[in-house]
Design a protein around this ligand. Structure first.
Ligand SMILES: [Zn+2]
Length: 231
């Protein structure tokens, strides 16, 4: 299963820091993605190469390449004669993202139940969510929540599902960044997860599927027009 890892793992002294060799376009893309997902670069805002190049202190070429990466991810779009902008979300897109997420997560739950995969790895993320909710640390809660769902998908052991979920989650992330400005019940979000883990542990398929379905639907329940109105 970890064949790639074995082939590429060489023993290295761990006290020597590696030289940063991530391509510049990837670093720029990561920086811009973060700005979009956090709402620092609001939906609909123009991406001006010269301004961004100046701001990030790089030349225009990596900016252009980074914007292309984000366009492929679906976070950026081209407007004829006007250039690139952060892609706004429509009511339809928000609805589609959540309905597809529900299918992905239910599929993951079914596969975990069928293969009786242990779900111990989920406890840590539940714990992190509870701690974050108690500390009213919203970004820590979001990170733990994402880690929980990524782990759930990983445990389903289906590469294409994982790739599709990751791509979809870019959109979900963006939606969450916007909606979280209007709604913040951290304790409720945290409390939603342990019963899902419990149902998986006792192999209660009906309950596990009902809970994960309800969880994704509650997240989708916020009127999508509220999200889109904020553009
Ligand atoms: Zn969740």
């Amino acid at each position: 299963m970890n064949a790639d890892k074995v082939i590429f793992s060489h023993s290295k002294p761990d006290n020597i820091e590696p030289i940063e060799n991530v391509p510049l376009r990837t670093q720029v893309a990561d920086r811009l993605r973060e700005a979009i997902l956090s709402g620092q670069l609001p939906l609909g805002s123009s991406l001006v190469e010269t301004a961004l190049a100046e701001q990030l202190n790089v030349s225009r070429a990596p900016i252009r390449e980074a914007i292309q990466i984000l366009e492929n991810d679906g976070l950026v779009e081209t407007i004829a004669y006007k250039g690139k902008r952060v892609k706004p979300l429509t009511v339809r897109e928000v609805g589609e993202a959540y309905s597809l997420r529900e299918i992905f997560e239910v599929m993951a739950v079914r596969r975990i139940l069928e293969s009786r995969t242990p779900v111990d790895a989920l406890h840590e993320h539940c714990h992190d969510m509870t701690a974050a909710a108690e500390a009213e640390n919203f970004s820590a809660l979001t990170a733990a929540d994402e880690a929980f769902h990524r782990t759930l998908i990983r445990l389903a052991d289906h590469d294409l599902l994982m790739a599709s979920w990751k791509n979809l989650y870019l959109r979900i992330h963006q939606i969450m960044a916007i909606r979280n400005r209007v709604e913040r019940d951290l304790a409720e979000v945290a409390m939603n997860h342990p019963p899902i883990v419990k149902a998986l542990e006792v192999n209660d398929a009906d309950l596990a599927i009902t809970l994960i379905t309800d969880h994704t639907r509650i997240l989708a329940a916020l009127d999508p027009t509220i999200i889109v109105k904020q553009l």
